[in-house]
Ligand binder design. Structure first.
Ligand code: NAD
Ligand code: TYD
Length: 353
């Protein structure tokens, strides 16, 4: 079968990437999706079990920093679009090990940009390099206001500094070489298949297992939460209709103080497990604050709504209920991560073939 597009999706075995791959593989049988992922601790091919046999899906194990191999993959698969999600994504890890964030997020992005430039060689018809980024590049808000696309970059953590740098490289390739690029900056995502080091899956898991819930500082930091499938839908819309050289903010106008969100999770888990509602609040443990902890993120996604018609589809109450239920029903997925067994999946499924 001849495909209209050969799309290189990087980081497709991660949390957001797997939701995006699933959406695109099922929605566009005339596109071929090549998932390039090196399978770090955060990459889990079991996230994609339901699409791995689809004809228009291909997995390639490769480090985005390996420029020679990336170039070969562009040739072998005649890549004409890139949706780049591969990254080191956890702020706490970036505080402990900033080098790997600069390596993957900055050098890896540069390697992909350079490979696209070489492969497309000035012929940019029907080509696109889409970079998936974060609202954390804008820094931290006070009590009021929102991040808009024109908000100056002011990253604070090594993670956000590396993402900001990669955004700048993407813009530089657009402005210098005319590479057709687009960037989106999204707020915090939640949903199924998120690695249980991030707030929501970690706390759901701990509540279930009666483990302490480590709340950083006073729990007063604010995050703007978006259901992961709504993010994937936004990427789909921007991929098809976004204006080249533009940035789009993605968010759900859904701000929560950490401690309030934690209490919602506690109530939901308690109810679903038949415990007295709120009884797990005793697990809340205030711990030393994260260094450089940004106080508040809030995204204004008006541009995306007005120009491209995207809006979140799910109310938060519904999204968090679905998410908690998913983690309660998928204990095997969680156990495989906790035990490390998920890392054998690649060997079992792919190496043997
Ligand atoms: P994740 O950590 O769950 O997944 C990252 C994926 O990238 C993993 O599959 C990992 O194996 C892969 N990867 C890491 N280094 C690689 C390398 N050198 N070569 C190839 N693959 C590599 O991350 P996520 O939460 O799904 O985030 C995906 C993207 O979205 C990131 O770029 C992140 O900055 C951005 N983002 C995330 C959020 C969020 O709330 N999670 C919000 C906005 C933007
Ligand atoms: P996280 O999920 O790591 O996302 P990000 O830092 O990218 O926003 O954290 C969300 C919020 O929850 C953030 O304010 C830090 C806080 N947090 C805790 O209080 N305890 C935890 O154990 C974790 C992982 C996060």
């Amino acid at each position: 079968m001849k495909y209209n597009r050969n799309i290189l999706i990087t980081g497709g075995a991660g949390f957001i990437g797997s939701h995006l791959v699933r959406l695109l593989v099922n929605k566009y049988p005339n596109y071929r999706m090549i998932n390039m992922d090196v399978l770090t601790y955060a990459g889990n091919l079991a996230n994609l079990k339901d699409v791995e046999e689809k004809e228009n899906y291909e997995f390639v194990k490769c480090d985005i920093c390996d420029f020679e191999r990336v170039q070969k993959i562009f040739q072998d698969y005649q890549i004409n679009s890139v949706i780049h999600l591969a990254a080191e994504s956890h702020v706490d890890r970036s505080i402990r090990d900033p080098f790997s964030f600069a390596q993957t997020n900055v050098m890896g992005t540069l390697s992909l940009l350079q490979a696209a430039k070489h492969a497309w060689d000035g012929d940019f018809d029907n080509k696109l390099f889409y970079h998936v980024s974060t609202d954390e590049v804008y820094g931290s808000l006070g009590e009021d206001g929102f991040f808009v696309e024109a908000t100056p970059y002011d990253p604070h953590s090594p993670y956000s500094a590396s993402k900001a740098s990669s955004d700048h490289f993407v813009r530089a390739f657009h402005d210098t070489y005319g590479l057709p690029t687009v960037i989106s900056n999204c707020s915090n995502n939640y949903g199924s298949y998120q690695f249980p080091e991030k707030l929501i899956p970690l706390f759901i898991n701990n509540i279930c297992n009666n483990k302490p819930l480590p709340v950083y500082g006073k729990g007063e930091n604010v995050r703007d939460w978006l259901y992961v499938d709504d993010h994937a839908r936004a990427i789909d819309v921007i991929f098809h209709e976004g204006k080249l050289g533009n940035t789009y903010n993605i968010g759900g106008f859904n701000e929560w103080k950490n401690i309030d969100l934690i209490k919602v999770m506690i109530k939901t888990v308690d109810r679903l497990l038949g415990r007295e509602e709120g009884s797990s609040e005793k697990l809340i443990t205030y711990v030393t604050d994260r260094a450089g902890h940004d106080l508040r993120y809030a995204i204004d996604s008006t541009k995306l709504k007005e120009e491209l018609g995207w809006e979140p589809s799910l109310q938060f109450e519904e999204g968090i209920e679905k998410t908690v239920k998913w983690y309660l029903e998928n204990t095997e997925w969680l156990e495989n991560i906790t035990s490390g067994d998920y890392q054998d999946y690649y060997n079992e499924m792919y190496k043997a073939k």
